[in-house]
Design a binder for this molecule. Structure first.
Ligand code: AMP
Length: 355
């Protein structure tokens, strides 16, 4: 167990790191942020920060020497970085979960290998390979980069009349994955925490609405039949168990009109669809991560309120004052100065009595 007073190393300096550090501070830990950017959202709230590239082994070794345990808030940490650090200090969740989540093909192959349903998919190794893949999967379909894609970056929807050469160039990577387009009735996600002593905690499934492939709103709990919610929880737990990780896993799923639940993506870290837990649950996802990686007992995931979380993206940030006038709204800002298009600047959680 790493007792309060210890130091948690966090790879990545974004808002997930910031909110993890705030939760860790409440429990009496210090955090040390490692990321390439100066004045990152996470380093603004911590006493220790290293600004260096993820490939800088001298800086990584000094970072590892200064912390008791290491976690990550950013999924695209190079695999070598996680392996290098894991030789010196515990990295939780481990490098294996990170590697699988970083690669959409490896992720889907893994899900298939443990009997978890996904949409149809196929690797596309070149522009010339795309036409055959589209014939096999059928249009509409979505071409995605295998690596380094998030928030809709590197994704192109292909319809029967789409020019495939243009689509390939828009995707912009050397290898792609082509996925069958899922005509879902809603998107949901489940966050599971797994402690070091085999303990579990699961948050209620929530409903996610995306705009331009970026999460816009999370409704907690999801408005789905109890049977669908149970199935989603069972799937999320099964995936976490098979990954054998210590920490958090968020599992994003599509629900279709005929009641199928298909996994879209997994992320071994806190998730945007779990931000509502800060204000509506006894233990937030961030505190839960700290508890799990430090070997503390997991906390209750019980919610005392229902909630709707709305991201403040890009220019939305200009309306931040409005939330302060609403009696049941909680405003969270991430300390980012420049509101670029598509950039997550903060969020507002609106609380309501439990249904
Ligand atoms: P992703 O980066 O895979 O999480 O995709 C971002 C969003 O794009 C998802 O949350 C969906 O709204 C949409 N999307 C991604 N893949 C598919 C798919 N195969 N079928 C339908 N919509 C998708």
């Amino acid at each position: 167990m790493i007792a309060p007073g210890g130091t948690i190393g966090i790879l990545g300096g974004g808002q997930l790191g910031r909110m993890t550090a705030l939760a860790a501070t409440t429990l009496g830990y210090r955090c040390h942020i490692f990321c390439p950017e100066r004045d990152s959202p996470a380093s603004q709230v911590t006493p220790l920060a290293t600004v260096a590239d993820y490939g800088d082994h001298v800086a990584l070794a000094a970072f590892a020497a200064s912390v008791d345990v290491i976690t990550f808030e950013f999924e695209n940490i190079p695999g070598d970085t996680a392996e290098f650090l894991a030789a010196m200090k515990p990295v939780r969740p481990g490098p294996d979960a990170l590697r699988i989540a970083q690669d959409r093909l490896e992720e889907k192959d893994f899900l298939r290998s443990i009997d978890v349903a996904t949409t149809r998919y196929r690797e596309v190794a070149s522009a010339a390979d795309l036409a055959g893949a589209v014939r096999e999967i059928g249009a509409p379909c979505i071409l995605k980069t295998v690596r380094l894609g998030y928030d809709g970056k590197g994704q192109v929807t292909i319809r029967p009349d789409t020019d495939l050469r243009t689509a390939w160039h828009q995707m912009g990577a050397e290898t792609g994955i082509l996925e069958g387009f899922v005509d879902f009735t809603c998107e949901i996600s489940v966050i599971v925490a797994h402690g070091q002593n085999g303990t579990w905690a699961t948050y209620v499934p929530v409903e996610n609405q995306h705009v331009n492939h970026i999460l816009d709103t999370t409704i907690a709990p999801a408005r789905v039949a109890p049977e669908i919610a149970r199935r989603a929880e069972t799937i999320a737990r099964h995936v976490t168990e098979q990954l054998d990780l210590v920490g958090l896993l968020s599992v994003e799923m599509f629900v279709t009109a005929d009641g199928a639940v298909l996994v879209n993506e997994i992320a071994p870290r806190p998730h945007n669809s779990g931000h509502w837990t800060i204000d509506a649950c006894i233990t937030s996802q961030f505190e839960q991560l700290v508890r799990a990686i430090c070997g503390l007992p997991l906390g209750s995931t019980e919610r005392h309120s229902d909630a709707v979380m709305k991201n403040l993206i890009g220019a939305d940030i200009e309306r931040w004052r409005d939330a302060l006038n609403e009696p049941t709204a909680k405003l969270h800002l991430y300390g980012k100065n420049v509101p670029r298009l598509g950039r997550k600047m903060g969020h507002v959680t609106r609380l309501m009595p439990r249904r």
